[in-house]
Design a protein around this ligand. Structure first.
Ligand code: IMP
Ligand code: MG
Length: 191
């Protein structure tokens, strides 16, 4: 597949510019993995890492293998916020955890933190705390601080990046490019 210039059907003409190489992602993921093990030093306190579908699936899969301690993992799906539902205050967790979080350290794993609205309006963090998680933390591969609308406390972050729309390593543009092993910037082409 040549990703350098592509025009996918029904999508505006665009190309993918390489941004973060696979080897740099690997390097950073292994650093974060060790950082997480240090942050949860008590082996007898269970650690549950929770990926948010679908974007975090690739990152979570690599990350759990980079944490040198016992971990459990699971996934949740949250509805993407839309302007019409944003103020409704409903809990929109579409796929919940399979097991109880009571007494466990829970680390929510996200591909990218942008406005922060997904985490805020899904009430995921509050929800986990109310279910008696021992602690609730957040780990993101990428952070776009310039775009933040609501404050979210992050314990582990891979890379802070400028306001680019990125794809690859789990992240998509219209469901495409999730399987790239590097992270690229979507550049829209003049027509
Ligand atoms: P937030 O709610 O604005 O923080 O956005 C979080 C979610 O939006 C992420 O988990 C992604 O699914 C998606 N997202 C935000 N920025 C990007 C991007 O640059 N590329 C792909 N997906 C993104
Ligand atoms: Mg996501």
């Amino acid at each position: 597949m040549d990703e350098s210039t592509v025009s996918r059907m029904h999508l505006p003409a665009h190309r993918i510019l390489p941004f973060i190489e696979s080897k740099d992602i690997k390097q950073r993921v292994s650093e974060i993995g060790r950082e997480i093990a240090v942050a949860y030093p008590h082996q007898d306190e269970p650690l549950l890492m929770v990926g948010i579908l679908k974007g975090a699936a690739v990152f979570l899969a690599d990350l759990v293998r980079a944490v040198p301690r016992q971990v459990e993992y699971d996934f949740v799906a949250v509805s993407s916020y839309g302007s019409s539902t944003m103020s409704s205050g409903e809990v929109r967790i579409l796929k919940d955890l399979d097991a109880s979080v009571a007494g466990k350290h829970v680390l929510v794993v996200e591909d990218i933190l942008d406005t922060g609205l997904t985490l805020r309006f899904s009430y995921l963090l509050e929800n986990l705390k109310s279910r008696n998680a021992r602690s609730v933390g957040v780990c993101v591969l990428l952070d776009k601080p310039a775009r933040r609308k609501v404050a979210i406390e992050v314990q582990h972050c891979g890379f802070a990046i400028p306001d680019y729309f990125v794809v690859g390593y789990g992240m998509d543009y219209a469901e495409q490019y999730r399987n790239l092993d590097y992270i690229g910037i979507v550049e829209f082409l003049e027509r």
